[in-house]
Design a protein around this ligand. Structure first.
Ligand code: NDP
Length: 331
């Protein structure tokens, strides 16, 4: 392995000021682990944007290298599961949180976190999907597991223009579901229809003010990336035996609810956590994303930047104006 390489580091000085920049570091700085990967692509997720600002909910020690997603080639391996030269994908677990992340030319991780790149997928495509695509696939699996049939009515997807939301729309559409997208961006409505939504509702037009414990039923199921009052509202609007797969908190963390949607309508609130999703299920879902669930237009869904162009994307993610996916070409 080369003596030094580039990575994006977030630092805190003695005055507690947080700064970040791309630096060349010695290969000795890389934490130990049994598999070293030369990263070819990474991506930017909402969690990475928080990490890039040193957010205490994500970053626990400095200096920190963000990047919860990485795809690349095995450079060194002490594991008999992975051979030098093999293309692989790592998403979440502690990558880019407690562990040196993917915004770096090299990462070093344990084999238990690594998924062999499915033959049908390119490294670049795997990062266009990244944690956002995997999380969307987990949400869609939840809808399938809860036996919501394709003819039961429109499935609602919130945060529709974001990474998870936009993939959720296309995956549901691919599987034959009718989708209603909720978006705060009027400029994205046509694009959301192009991605597979049958209908788009302006987020601002939803009256989330009602305090009624149950609202008129409207949706057999929903995938929610927003959380907060929008999630509270839609749980109260889900049909009998329906379900909501919830993964995000872009719009808030608190829920204002009674037990009634659950005990009078049998609604399921299914929590989605991609970070610790077991490796066997994760590998199977990546295989689906590469084959039966493969989206035809992956290349057109992401903007590509370099390590030196990260700041602007971080700002747009934090202010909620980011659209679809941004990937980082590293190697
Ligand atoms: P993005 O930033 O790409 O998308 C989030 C979308 O939510 C935005 O595009 C916007 O969509 C909407 N939004 C943003 N701010 C607000 C707001 N203040 N109020 C209401 N809606 C808002 O993020 P991702 O798609 O990558 O992630 C979505 C959420 O899911 C995040 O909270 C993220 O942390 C979480 N997540 C969780 C995972 C898990 O394992 N549980 C894994 C991956 C992500 P629009 O304008 O179209 O409404």
């Amino acid at each position: 392995m080369q003596k030094s390489f580039r990575c994006y580091q977030v630092k805190k000085n003695d005055q507690q000021d947080i700064t970040s920049c791309v630096e060349s570091v010695s290969s000795d700085s890389l934490p130990s682990g049994s598999v070293t990967i030369r990263v070819v692509y990474s991506s930017i997720n909402y969690k990475d944007a928080l990490a890039a600002t040193g957010h205490p909910g994500v970053v626990r020690k400095f200096p920190h290298v963000p990047g919860i997603d990485a795809a690349g080639i095995v450079e060194q391996s002490d594991s008999d599961q992975f051979a030098v030269g093999q293309p692989v994908v790592v998403t979440s677990y502690e990558l880019g949180v407690d562990r040196w992340g993917g915004w770096s030319e090299f990462i070093c991780v344990q084999p238990e976190w690594i998924v062999p790149l499915p033959e049908e997928l390119m490294l670049k495509e795997s990062m266009i999907l990244g944690t956002a695509g995997l999380t969307a696939a987990m949400c869609v699996s939840s809808i399938l597991q809860h036996e919501i049939s394709v003819d039961s009515g429109n499935v609602l997807v919130t945060g529709a223009s974001g990474g998870v939301g936009s993939f959720a729309i296309s995956l549901l559409n691919r599987l034959g579901y009718q989708v209603t997208a909720v978006s705060g961006k009027a400029s994205m409505h046509d694009r959301l229809i192009e991605l597979g939504a049958k209908q788009v509702i302006d987020r601002g037009a939803i009256d989330i003010g009602s305090s009624k414990p149950l609202l008129k039923t409207q949706w057999p199921a929903a995938i929610d990336t927003v959380g907060g009052s929008l999630l509270s509202h839609l749980i109260r609007s889900i049909e009998h035996q329906g379900c909501v797969a919830t993964c995000g908190n872009a719009g808030g963390t608190e829920l204002d609810l009674t037990v009634f949607p659950f005990i009078l309508r049998g609604v399921t609130l299914d929590g989605i956590d991609s970070s610790w999703y077991p490796i066997a299920k994760r590998t199977a879902l990546w295989q689906k994303l590469a084959t039966d669930w493969k989206l035809p237009d992956l290349e057109s869904r992401a903007k590509m930047i370099t390590l030196d162009q990260i700041q602007e994307t971080v700002a747009s993610l934090l202010e909620g104006s980011h659209q679809e996916r941004t990937i980082i070409q590293i190697g």
